[in-house]
Design a protein around this ligand. Structure first.
Ligand code: FEO
Ligand code: CA
Ligand code: CA
Ligand code: CA
Length: 697
């Protein structure tokens, strides 16, 4: 069976399908601004020429397709005024059947076809229900959600806006009961407040925005025979917002760079912002990445000190007023009034969800950048390795290796110890070299070996001792400077500029580590870094997925590209060597998760192939390696987030449904999940197999 090429109606601006209102409120229009990394980088040449793996060398007839060259994608991108009407996408035979023969364990379902429908679409034989929506009460005394009568006091007791990461932690001794921990990345005021005046938001609207950021912890109850989850007013329930007090740990704690008029100690921060993805730790806590924090800060245009201005620029803090004008209600959001407040965001935060009164922590030993997330691998001797990507075009990949060992068990003493694991150890940044750099021409054409592959090294930046004191490993920077201005440290050591490193996740079955590189349409532009082996396409609209075989506690690794995403019918895509006529199209990989069988699951953000975003399974090992199948699609305007793939349940966060250009509260483009004339509401959804069987079997 051959696939009919999916029509590529890619926008003229060369961006993903993300709506401009989402760009504005989610990441402060990062794509419209200049790339913050204008460091020269470095060319390291070909150190391992000819070292190839044979894996994926063109099984199943992919060779003929790949030999076509990159012309078809470029041609497709140069037209494109048409837009598919909702539900009318011509998907040809895409997704209409699974690969011939049996499926790998955990991926035996009929793929969902690409579509533009305003629904969460799951495979035949699967069911779904909304777990919790924006505004749903978390406490018995919380008011019911009332779209037209929101208050900050209500919002502080309700589920926040724009859910991203989700984690489920089983509650011991209570069958089918879990803590559901969810990030609330950002607020989209024009879709939250009728008549919103972006030039003059009210103080109450600002405070409602603060309350809708942060995290929620909520007890949920499952049931035998289905994957349904029902929220409870449990004693663990908690809201963390832009006002919750955090403690700072690690080498920047108490640094002059973190001191403000409200906190002369430099150790206590009010709130967390733009919590995108995250990870569960093996010791039972939750890590959450503070991502596009830059957009909340005003006044950069009025900063006259050249060093401070350069620091702000490298982190994308620009302009005078901020989008949401929070600085008018609290001057800490103005970098002239309070120059160090901005340094108190951009960290990995850790929350102990088992104690609703605990003070969450910002771990400065992991560095400050636009952390997509942080995820943990534990080595056989208990050393903890935390991986984290900096989600910005041409920014870097990092890992932190602890010097302390994890203590097993869930005693309070073990928890206290384990919550210090991320405060002592070494922070590294990644440098990659390709096996055959001369063969990379920016088209996405595979090198002669048939695989994009190479080696890498972890360059140490910052060592933090048991006493919490940092030691800079970067010439010309102090330890607290490396912690606070980590991007500059990466610049100085010639780290590899990547195509927006998003989720970065170790496979619990194999230990291999995977990184979603979402896209980078600036790759190869004049004055910007050209394509390289790990980022092999210029004007990269569809992204790729990197597979790393890491010496977890060591400093070297090998890598290859598992997927070069896009329309499988085009020559510039690669699916682990699997037959490209038998896979689902995938674009803009963002969040990663593993199922109990060791398959990778990928959620997408900004599908540049003009279908709604979705969740995909990818087989990693064996003959079916690279087989990619779409498990679900999310409603119009939404991004798929938070994925959890358990034995009998899949959970996704549907973020920003209805955020499409031209939509408004008066004229919504989505009514999901409530239907009828309802406003769209970001929500968490559980999916399960009818009858309660195992997912994908
Ligand atoms: Fe919030 Fe990196 O996406
Ligand atoms: Ca993300
Ligand atoms: Ca993203
Ligand atoms: Ca993940």
């Amino acid at each position: 069976m051959s696939l009919k090429p999916l029509a590529l109606f890619v926008k003229h601006d060369g961006m993903s399908s993300r709506a401009s209102i989402t760009c504005q409120y989610k990441c402060g229009n990062a794509c419209a601004h200049d790339v913050p990394n204008d460091s020269p980088g470095e060319y390291f040449g070909d150190i391992v020429r000819g070292a190839v793996t044979r894996r994926g060398v063109l099984r199943g007839g992919a060779a003929a397709v790949l030999a076509v060259g990159a012309g078809s994608v470029l041609a497709a991108c140069s037209d494109g005024t048409a837009t598919a009407a909702p539900g009318s996408l011509d998907t040809g035979s895409l997704g209409s059947g699974s690969a011939s023969g049996s499926a790998a364990a955990g991926t035996n379902f009929t793929p969902v076809a690409p579509n533009k429908v305003d629904a969460l679409t799951v495979p035949t034989g699967y069911e779904q229900s909304v777990v919790i929506r924006w505004g749903d009460p978390l406490f018995a005394d919380a008011p019911a959600f009332d779209f037209d009568n929101q208050t900050a006091a209500s919002a502080e007791k309700q589920f926040g806006f724009n859910n991203d990461f989700a984690g489920l932690l089983p509650i011991e001794g209570r069958p089918h009961a879990y803590l559901l921990v969810v990030n609330h990345e950002y607020s989209t005021e024009p879709f939250m407040f009728r008549g919103y005046d972006k030039e003059n938001p009210t103080a109450e609207q600002v405070r409602i925005g603060w309350a809708n950021h942060g995290l929620s912890v909520v007890e949920v109850q499952g049931e035998a025979g289905s994957g349904r989850l029902t929220p409870k007013f449990g004693s663990y329930n908690r809201r963390i917002t832009a006002l919750t007090e955090f403690t700072v740990t690690g080498p920047a704690a108490g640094s002059a760079l973190l001191k403000t008029s409200a906190d002369p100690t430099g150790t206590l921060v009010k709130g967390t912002l733009n919590n995108c993805s995250g990870g569960l730790t093996p010791w039972g806590t939750v890590l959450s990445g503070e991502e596009n924090f830059n957009q909340y800060f005003a006044g950069a245009a009025r900063v006259t000190d050249p060093t401070a201005a350069a620091h702000l620029k490298r982190y994308g803090v620009e302009g005078d007023a901020s989008e949401r004008k929070w600085e008018r209600v609290d001057p800490r959001f103005d970098v002239v009034a309070e120059p160090n407040e901005v340094h108190r965001f951009g960290w990995v935060v850790e929350v102990n969800p088992w104690d609703a009164s605990s003070t969450p922590v910002k771990h400065t030993a992991l560095g400050r950048f636009k952390h997509e997330a942080a995820t943990i691998h534990v080595t056989s001797d208990g050393t903890v390795v935390a991986y984290s990507g900096d989600d910005e075009r041409f920014d870097y990949m990092y890992k932190f290796v602890s010097s302390r060992k994890m203590q097993p068990g869930n005693s309070q003493a073990a928890m206290r110890h384990n919550m210090t694991l991320l405060d002592a150890g070494t922070l590294y940044v990644a440098k990659l070299t390709g096996d055959a750099p001369d063969a990379i021409d920016g088209s996405g054409a595979l090198p002669p070996s048939g695989v994009f592959a190479g080696k890498g090294e972890w360059i140490p930046l910052l060592r933090t001792g048991d006493d919490g004191r940092g030691e800079s490993l970067v010439a010309g920077m102090s330890a607290d400077e490396v912690a606070v201005f980590t991007r500059l440290a990466g610049d100085k050591v010639g780290a590899t500029k990547m195509d927006r490193p998003e989720d970065f996740e170790p496979n619990p079955k194999t230990g291999k580590v995977y990184v979603a590189l979402t896209n980078n349409t600036k790759r190869g532009e004049e004055g910007k870094a050209p394509a390289d082996t790990a980022n092999p396409r210029n004007n990269n609209k569809n992204g790729q997925v990197l597979e790393i075989d890491d010496q977890h506690a060591g400093t070297s690794f090998t890598w290859n590209l598992l997927l070069v995403c896009g329309d499988p019918a085009t020559a510039d895509t690669y699916f682990g060597g699997f037959d490209k006529s038998q896979v689902s199209p995938i674009s803009c990989p963002d969040n990663l998760a593993f199922d109990p069988h060791g398959n990778l699951w990928i959620s997408t953000d900004g599908n540049a192939l003009k279908s709604n975003d979705g969740l995909f399974s990818v087989v990693l090992e064996g003959e079916r390696r690279g087989e990619t199948k779409q498990f679900l699609t999310v409603p119009i305007g939404a991004e798929t987030c938070g994925p959890i793939v358990d034995e009998k349940r899949v959970v996704v966060c549907v973020q920003h449904p209805g955020e499409t250009d031209g939509a408004s509260i008066e004229s919504p483009s989505s009514h999901w999940p409530d239907g009828g004339a309802a406003q769209p509401r970001p929500s968490v959804v559980a999916v399960w197999k009818s009858g309660g069987g195992r997912i994908g079997l």
